[in-house]
Design a protein. Structure first.
Length: 299
C-alpha cells in the first residue's frame, strides 16, 4: 500500500493564529475569569476538548446572541469564524473582556460586504445555513439574502439595480462559480466577489489535481465545512472516505487499495493525520493511538 500526503493539509494559518491568540490569553492573568468561548473555536472536537482541559468554558446555543445571554462576567473569546457587530456590542455592553480570534480572511469578507452595502448594492451571500461564519455575515444587515443551494434561486426577488454575490470562505470554489453562473441568468448585471480563502482553495485544488489514486482519505470533523467540501471533491475523483481520527479507520478494510492519497481539512490537527499515516504504514492490522490533548493544538 502506497500512501501519499497531499499538500497543503491540516491547520490553516487562520486556525494556527486563533490557537496562538487563545493560548496567549490563557497565559495573561489580567483577563477576567471565567473565560468563555462563543461556540467551538473550530469544528474539531479534539481541539475543543484540548481547550476545555485548559479551563475554557465552551458556550452552546442557537446563536451567538443566545450564547451571550448565558453569561454576565468574565472574558469571552470570539472564534475564528467571526461575529457580527451586534454580538460584539452586546459583549462590550455586558462589560466582558474580549479575545478576538477571528480569522483575517473572515474579517476581510465582513469589510467587503459592509463596503458594498454602503455603495448601494443588493447583497447575496452563498453560505451554509446555521454555520457560525454565515451567522456573523447575516448579522451585518437584514438586507443580505442568504443562498444555501440552487433551490433558493427560485424565490429571489426581481431586481435591476446593482447586485453582488459573495460567499462563505470555506465553500467549494467550483460551486461558487456554478451558483454565480445560474444567478447570471436571473440578474445579468450580477457581480461576483469570490471570498474563498486561500487555504480552502489550495486544499481543494490539491484534491482536484490528485490523479491515479484508488482511495482518498479525508481527515476532519463531520461538522467542518471545508472538510465536507474536500470529501465531495474527492468523491468526484475516486472512492473517498472521511474519518475524524484513527479510531474511525479501525473497522474499514483497506486491503484492496494500493494507492491511497490522504488530506485533511483546515481545522484538522496535523498530529491526527500523521498518526493515521504512521499506522497505515507500520501497524496495518493493529492501529495504536498515542496522541494526548496537547498534541491536538500543534499546527
Ligand atoms: S479556513 Fe480560511 S477563513 Fe477559515 S480560519 Fe482557515 S484561513 Fe481563515
Amino acid at each position: 500500500m502506497e500512501i501519499t500526503k497531499l499538500t497543503p493539509r491540516g491547520f490553516c494559518k487562520g486556525v494556527v493564529n486563533a490557537i496562538h491568540i487563545i493560548n496567549k490569553a490563557l497565559e495573561n492573568n489580567t483577563y477576567k475569569k471565567p473565560i468563555y468561548m462563543l461556540g467551538n473555536i473550530v469544528h474539531n472536537k479534539n481541539v475543543v476538548e484540548a481547550f476545555k482541559s485548559k479551563g475554557i468554558i465552551i458556550l452552546d446555543g442557537e446563536s451567538r446572541v443566545e450564547m451571550l445571554k448565558k453569561i454576565n462576567e468574565g472574558t469571552v473569546i470570539f472564534t475564528a469564524h467571526g461575529v457580527s457587530d451586534a454580538v460584539r456590542n452586546i459583549a462590550t455592553m455586558k462589560g466582558l473582556d474580549i479575545v478576538d480570534a477571528t480569522c483575517k480572511d473572515v474579517k476581510k469578507t465582513h469589510d467587503v460586504i459592509k463596503e458594498k452595502l454602503l455603495e448601494g448594492y443588493l447583497l447575496l451571500f452563498y453560505g451554509k445555513e446555521n454555520h457560525p461564519e454565515t451567522e456573523g455575515i447575516i448579522g451585518i444587515s437584514d438586507e443580505i439574502i442568504l443562498i444555501t443551494d440552487k433551490t433558493d434561486l427560485s424565490t429571489l426577488p426581481k431586481y435591476s439595480g446593482k447586485i453582488i454575490i459573495t460567499n462563505q470562505t470555506t465553500m467549494s470554489f467550483l460551486d461558487v462559480i456554478k451558483i454565480y453562473n445560474k444567478l447570471k441568468e436571473i440578474y445579468p448585471q450580477l457581480e461576483l466577489v469570490d471570498e474563498i480563502c486561500n487555504a480552502t482553495r489550495r486544499r481543494q485544488e490539491a484534491v482536484i489535481n490528485a490523479e491515479g489514486y484508488d482511495l482518498i482519505i479525508v481527515v476532519g470533523d463531520k461538522l467542518s465545512n471545508n472538510t465536507k467540501m474536500l470529501k465531495e471533491l474527492a468523491s468526484n475523483k475516486t472512492k473517498a472516505i472521511q474519518v475524524e481520527t484513527l479510531n474511525d479507520l479501525k473497522n474499514i478494510d483497506l486491503s484492496n487499495f494500493n494507492k491511497i492519497a490522504i488530506t485533511a481539512g483546515a481545522s484538522t490537527p496535523k498530529s491526527i493525520l500523521e498518526e493515521i499515516v504512521f499506522n497505515l504504514e507500520h501497524n496495518t492490522n493493529n492501529y495504536i493511538s498515542r496522541l494526548n490533548l496537547d498534541d491536538y493544538l500543534k499546527g
